[in-house]
Write a protein that binds this ligand. Structure first.
Ligand code: CP
Ligand code: NVA
Length: 335
């Protein structure tokens, strides 16, 4: 058998592998790409100094329509630690595409900068910018998905629980953006996810269909139930998110009533496996979706998740800006 040497481009990426153009959704990834991101993040985490100038000369713009603590700071810190330059654009008062068409913005931005990081209300804002701009676009949370969070969470699960193919993850709460990305992540990594939500708050049917299609290849299982105890039973990790997401502030009282039995109390958590960990994307509301006795207990890995946002996002930037070399060799890189 002839073994062909791996052909690499100027950034060191294997030219025969399909490359990641954008990260708008977990569905942009194949199981191999998702695995590759965890491996690269592990390397970046262990040896940050080796990547100090990997994004030297790269300009990355962050447009945020919603508040952020973790995502903004981990992107800014990650970009600077890779030698790149971050520019933050506060979009809290006007939505992207309001002042001028998204396509015009995309065709401006692609001539000035190397990548875009977006936190939006409408998921279509992310996908439209990705469609029109020739530079990589990263979803830093939309109303539909939060892929950077889910990838950091699977890195954390691998570190804390072990083999992802044997991991059973319970998500209890709103079948919303974070749950969507976790479901797709579980499918990509061959994990077993049970989502417990009140009726009418189940994950979107398109996400479930996409995840189940990937699961055929990876051996993952995806289940949705309306009973929190059934969801948590035997889980290696119990995950929850806020009951009212950003933009749903008017629904806080109504949602508090609907989700009351989905609070992760010590009693609910006791249904999980003996060494189970507790996970939350943060910010958390103690006494609402989780009790302090759970999130502040030794079982909680929430700050490990937050740390891993930094490492996984550095890996995502490295992959995306590497792949860009093959798309725009003359403009993006000195070849
Ligand atoms: N988990 C997360 O995305 O946190 P921020 O909203 O603070 O960015
Ligand atoms: N579902 C939450 C996640 C925050 C990180 C929201 O969209 O507000």
């Amino acid at each position: 058998m002839t073994v062909r040497p791996v052909q690499k481009d100027v950034t060191g990426s294997d030219v025969n592998q399909p490359f990641l153009a954008d990260l708008t959704s977990m569905s942009d990834l194949s199981p191999a790409m998702a695995e590759g991101l965890l491996e690269l993040a592990t390397l970046v985490k262990a040896r940050p100094a080796d990547f100090r100038s990997a994004l030297s000369g790269k300009q990355i713009v962050l447009f945020f329509e919603k508040p952020s603590f973790r995502t903004r700071l981990t992107f800014e810190s990650g970009i600077y630690s890779l030698g790149g330059h971050a520019m933050f654009v506060d979009q809290l008062t006007s939505r992207i595409g309001e002042r001028e068409p998204i396509s015009d913005m995309a065709h401006n931005l692609e001539r000035w900068v190397d990548a875009l990081v977006l936190r939006t209300f409408a998921h279509s804002t992310v996908t439209e910018l990705a469609r029109f701009a020739s530079i990589p676009v990263i979803n830093a949370l939309s109303d539909y998905e939060h892929p950077c969070q889910a990838l950091a969470d699977f890195l954390t699960l691998r570190e804390k629980v072990g083999d992802l193919r044997k991991t059973r993850l319970a998500f209890v709460g709103d079948g919303n953006n974070v749950a969507h990305s976790l479901i797709l992540g579980a499918a990509l990594f061959g994990s077993h996810i049970v989502v417990g939500t009140p009726k009418r708050f189940e994950p979107h049917a398109d996400v479930l269909a996409a995840a189940r299609a990937i699961a055929i290849e990876t051996g993952a299982t995806v289940q949705v139930v309306n009973d929190p105890i059934e969801a948590v039973k035997g889980a290696n990790a119990v995950y929850t998110d806020v009951w009212a997401s950003m933009g749903q502030e008017k629904e806080v009282a109504e949602r508090a009533r609907i989700f009351a039995s989905f609070r992760v109390t010590p009693k609910l958590f006791a249904n999980a496996a003996p060494e189970a960990v507790f996970m939350h994307c943060l910010p958390a509301h103690r006494g609402e979706e989780v009790d302090a006795a759970v999130i502040d207990s030794p079982a909680s890995v929430v700050f490990d998740q937050a740390e891993n946002r930094l490492h996984i996002q550095k890996a995502i930037l490295l992959q995306l800006l590497g792949g860009g070399a093959r798309r725009f060799p003359s403009r993006s890189f000195n070849v």
